[in-house]
Ligand binder design. Sequence first.
Ligand code: PEP
Ligand code: MG
Length: 585
Amino acid sequence: MQLKGVAAAPGLVMGPCYVLEEVNHPDFTRHSISESFVDEEKGKVHIALNIASEQLTAIRDRAEAAGLEEQAAVMDAHLMMLGDPILTEGFMSMIASEKLPGVGAVQKGIAAQADIFEALEDAYFRERAQDIRDIGRRLVNILLGIQEADLSALPKQLILIARDITPSMMASVDTKNLLGIVAEIGGKTSHTAILANNMSIPAVLGCHDIVNVARAQGVDALIAIDGSTGTVHLGLTDEQAATLKTESERRQAVKASLSVLKDQATMTKDGVHVQLAANVMGPGDVEKVLAVGGEGVGLYRTEFLFMDRDKAPDEEEQYHAYKTMVEGLGGKPVIIRTMDIGGDKSVDYLNIEKEENPFLGYRALRICLERDDLFLTQLRAILRAAVHGQALVMFPMVCSLDELRAAKAKVEQAKEQLKLRGEKYDESIKVGIMIEIPSAAVIADVLIKEADFFSIGSNDLTQYTLAVDRMNERISYLYNSFHPAMLRLIKSVIDPARQAGGQKFAGMCGEMAGDPRATIVLLGLGLQEFSVGPAGLLRIRKIINSVDFSFAQAVAAKALTLGTATEIESYLAEILPEDLRAYLV
Ligand code: PEP
Ligand code: MG
């Protein structure tokens, strides 16, 4: 049996499936029991405390054995809190005196304890509120017989299935044991997909009904997912499993064969060099970029530094993160994008009101231009980090020249502040913009006069040009970066940047840049920089190094005359040299 979803991150893997249940606990704090049940409810809580302690110890031991010290320490802290008599005796007395059922007593006791932590001045103790809530969730799950999922320490190698796998779940998941992911929500350029790509984890998203279907297969059923085609294979026969295994090994071999390109330049056969850089999420990705011979970082998505926490990182924390990245790249250019919060990347502490259309709403630069506290802090950190190598700053979601000017004025203001503080910073940092809103693409000739570079954000540019929400699986069949309107817009962005000459350039950091089906046409359109997930970087180099620029130009010219995305895709599939077809998956 096969289910189809969106091919969100390439790779073919097979393994036991693990369905993550969505848990919404009912509130039991208003329920009451009669006196005769008090002892029984106390007993249940005692048992739950013991089970929770066993679970935490097991997770701690696994983390320790895997060398994940930080995670082991967190589990130790949870164990300590769980053993705190103030907490546990509190549960018991609420059962006895308030006649709460065990689960209600746990909910009330945990909420009270978390509130105490939250009210404290010290940030460290405030963060403990989250830990205590985590413990509470675990206890309630046990009391209600709900299986607890701990993504940071998966019990074994598995394929994770859930209705929704959020970007923050991906950021904290145990990557060693995560073979692949399948979710009902999300599209090709949702941030879950982007993270999966960066982490080299095969992913199928937007897979309708996968939770029910996988559940029906039973616990630990063997499934396979092909993130290159968006297929989930269930109920495998031995024969099917063997065929998929052979195919997976073949793909591994193709991938391994690319490693010889690691130290080569990215240059067409007729000698045209393009910059092949990598997309990263944080300093932890430096190794991955260097391992594949990335020529720089074309997109550092700094917003991940702002996620999954209680308040924004201060200037020092950001400075250290950016400095580590810039130093790690040893003088190669690092394009640091200012935070792009909003859309599917939420940050609770910014208290952004829920919007009907978050992708068209209060997002990215729109927030930054109103929030000096966030923007100037980030700009100062970037300017300081730039001293340690080569950093460029880039603004997301620019829709007008006014916005570009306003953002550049903030860069100047940040420089002034640093000058007054007597800090070292990069006075002549290059300032570029993402071209991801059609209005910016249309006035690219105007914008390039005041920007040092462009990076085309094809993910958003596709959704805004085609009016297709990049997260909505109902209409994902319409989301296609090969639409003729996209090719024309891309050309209208590249042309003025090339004409401007000097050191100005047009690059692309959206997922299209890493799509091997698009490489030749983008090259032919004159794209000067490709920035792609590190895992897929070498196959792009392979394609560029295998063709002539003149051939790519002819391909682009012909593609621009075609009227539909399907015609363009078929044409590009047809002209792709035979020996390069193996690199499409
Ligand atoms: C894009 O929109 O293409 C892009 C690179 O930005 P993000 O995916 O982070 O929105
Ligand atoms: Mg974008």
